[in-house]
Design a protein around this ligand. Structure first.
Ligand SMILES: [Zn+2]
Length: 222
């Protein structure tokens, strides 16, 4: 299959790589329908030292299950699924605390023999805990929007609530974090979640003056 590899700063190539196959009963094979470049991909694109061996890259994708191991839960061939930016069993003590990035049996895409997300297919380890089924067909026009569920939206979703959770900060007092929320796709996701009729991600959110100005500009009330 074809996949992207990064060889160094400014050097990303599309090359032939081995087709993924099931290795563990907990694996699933996903044919990628949509993938994208994350802002965090730009760090290695800017600064990765040049090497003769390329690394697989990409950690945001959605696709169709083509095959699933015997311990891949309810996943079945034909399921449309989205993958979060790490793979995880979703059952260990860290995962139960919502810290899937520290999963005892998880890891990152494009490392340690696991495919990157920017390719034609991906072997997904711990598939039952990693993949989330999407209630759409593979020809859905919503796929580009649903791809944001992989990383952009989950990153932006808690931003305001996270700021609120820090004692001494009223949601507008932390300039560094505000800068993050005002940025690109993640900031957009945070704002759209905040503007949703259900309100901000955390019910205790008390919008500060900058947030209220933003809502007024968007015609979202106070
Ligand atoms: Zn875990």
């Amino acid at each position: 299959m074809r996949a992207t590899l990064i060889y160094g700063a400014g050097d990303v190539r599309v090359e032939n790589v081995p087709d993924p196959v099931l290795r563990e009963p907990t694996d699933a094979l996903v044919r990628v329908l949509r993938s994208c470049v994350c802002g965090s991909d730009l760090w290695p694109y800017k600064s990765r030292p040049a090497t003769g061996q390329g690394d697989r890259i990409g950690h945001e994708f959605l696709g169709v299950v083509e095959d699933a191991g015997s311990e891949a839960g309810t996943l079945r061939r034909g399921d449309v699924v989205v993958a979060p930016f790490v793979w995880a069993d979703n059952t260990c003590d860290f995962c139960r605390e919502g810290l899937q990035t520290s999963c005892r049996h998880g890891g990152q895409w494009g490392a340690d023999g696991v495919d990157g997300g920017q390719g034609e297919a991906v072997r997904v380890p711990q598939a039952a805990g990693t993949l989330v089924k999407l209630p759409v067909g593979e020809d859905s026009e919503l796929l580009p929007s649903l791809l944001t569920l992989s990383d952009v939206f989950p990153t932006g979703h808690p931003l305001r609530g996270h700021r609120r959770s820090r004692p001494g900060h009223d949601g507008d007092g932390d300039r560094r974090r505000r800068g993050r929320a005002d940025g690109g796709a993640v900031g957009q996701a945070a704002r759209r979640r905040a503007d949703h009729p259900d309100g901000p991600a955390h019910g205790t959110h008390r919008p500060g003056p900058r947030f209220r100005r933003h809502r007024r500009r968007r015609g979202a009330g106070r």
